[in-house]
Design a protein around this ligand. Structure first.
Ligand code: FAD
Length: 419
């Protein structure tokens, strides 16, 4: 069976690998010049099942409304994005009700944990290099109330065998000695020893090579403009290179999946949540973190990725606008300055890569994986802020569904029908 995947980001490339391994003929189309050049390019690098809690926690409405009047809040709602958010936004707010919020948290945690198992298998089988570190992650807090809240929330992760340790003072510094520079400004941290990190761009490039070895064809510089429907099937794709046919199509086009699905009359509720990152060469500085450090107040993270430091975060609803906004980038520079003041003299601004990407966010925080109401159209998209963490597991799950094997996780939980 010939399978065509739209999108060569984390999700499209890992899906291609598993499908080819299952014996399918696979082709991947992407408008960019290579793999992972959009949202999968410079994310925070965290492999963190511990962060499976959806963004729309109870109280999110107040946070978003306040953000309309603040340039420095970690969440930002731009008025120009409001018209495109009406029905999606209502569903997003509906999912912030306590009962749904916890249901969504457990669904995402199941997939994130499963994905870590699948990634472990890939590491063992393929021995690929992508700066993988297994030192855990740590969330730091400036006030006790916020720290207590996270400890309460983290108790829900017990059900997924995720351990965590609230730490203060010397115990915290023992786990992450670099925090000595900010010790007097924070009240403590919560350490998640099971979390990992790694460079998602490098990983996707390595997986592309592995997929090619299995016969997958990657075609870059092709823009898909429409999915043409004939009855209950997709008959062909309209692209910048003419029309293309296939037996089965997979939509893994990140935030653009909803726009493409619409051309076939299918509603895939995903909206872009823009985030920013800085990639800063260490330049000889060696007092940085040994694991991902998440500043809960700033909604941002600092991750060591080999000889660079990745600072990433903030969430902005600004439609499909990928331009860099100065105040959002300043937030990241300020965070770094506050936590690692002694790094400043080592930073050469002209060597910093400033970047923005669009997280494909579903209203309940979990992705859409598997069949749709169109017979030969499948999805692997909508992974929001956890697409790196969930990539390997989602791809394996999709491949199992298409190949007729029983997926490890419940198929219906991730199907688009739940939307
Ligand atoms: C600032 C930031 C920090 C993040 N940090 C983390 C983190 O620490 N951990 C984590 O787990 N996740 C993180 N994420 C989320 C993660 O990066 C995303 O969930 C993931 O990259 C989504 O991958 P994707 O393959 O779905 O989308 P993409 O990487 O965007 O891939 C989609 C591909 O489809 C192609 N495409 C789109 N439309 C078309 C078209 N019409 N024709 C042809 N090709 C098309 C694009 O060119 C693109 O290559 C972060 C995201 C951001 C923005």
């Amino acid at each position: 069976m010939k399978i065509t995947i739209i999108g060569a980001g984390l999700l499209g490339v890992t899906s291609a690998y598993f499908l080819a391994k299952d014996g399918h003929e696979v082709e991947v189309l992407d408008r960019e010049k290579g793999p992972a050049l959009e949202t999968s390019f410079a994310n925070a690098g965290m492999l963190t099942p511990s962060m499976a809690d959806p963004w729309n926690a109870p109280g999110i409405l107040t946070t978003l409304l306040t953000s309309l009047f603040s340039s420095h809040s970690s969440f930002k709602l731009r008025p120009k994005a409001l018209p495109s958010l009406v029905s999606w936004g209502l569903s997003f707010l509906n999912n912030s009700r306590k009962k749904l919020y916890y249901k969504n948290l457990h669904r995402s945690a199941d997939l994130a944990c499963y994905s870590m198992d699948v990634l472990k298998g890939l590491n063992e089988d393929l021995k690929i290099e992508y700066g993988h570190i297994t030192t855990g992650s740590i969330k730091i807090f400036r006030d006790q109330e916020s720290m207590d809240k996270l400890v309460e929330l983290s108790k829900h992760l017990d059900a997924h065998d995720m351990s965590f340790e609230p730490l203060t003072g010397d115990a915290l510094l023992k786990v992450e000695p670099s925090l000595v520079q900010v010790a007097d400004k924070i009240c403590g941290g919560v350490y998640f020893p099971g979390d990992h990190a790694g460079n998602a761009y490098q990983f996707t490039c390595e997986m592309e090579k592995q997929a090619k070895k299995l016969g997958v064809k990657f075609r870059y510089g092709i823009s898909v403009t429409a999915l043409c429907r004939a009855g209950t099937k997709i008959s062909k794709l309209k692209t910048s290179e003419g029309e293309l046919t296939s037996d089965l199509f997979i939509l893994s086009a990140g935030s653009y999946s909803s726009l493409l699905a619409k051309t076939a009359g299918l509603n895939v509720p995903i909206r872009p949540a823009k985030g920013y990152s800085l990639t800063i060469p260490l330049n000889g500085w060696n007092h940085g973190p040994r694991m991902s450090l998440i500043d809960d107040g700033f909604h941002a993270a600092i991750t060591p990725l080999g000889n660079v430091l990745r600072v990433a975060g903030t969430a902005e609803f600004a439609g499909y606008d990928r331009s860099l906004t100065k105040d959002r980038l300043d937030n990241l520079y300020n965070l770094l300055d506050e936590i690692y003041p002694d790094f400043k003299p080592y930073i050469e601004r002209d060597k910093v890569t400033e970047w923005a990407g669009l997280r494909p966010l579903s209203p309940d925080g979990s992705p859409f994986i598997g069949k749709t109401s169109i017979d030969n159209l499948y999805l692997n998209t909508g992974h929001g802020p956890l697409g790196w963490t969930m990539a390997a597991g989602s791809a394996k799950m999709l491949s199992d569904i298409i190949s007729g094997s029983k997926p490890v996780l419940k198929e219906s939980a991730y199907n688009i029908k739940r939307a």
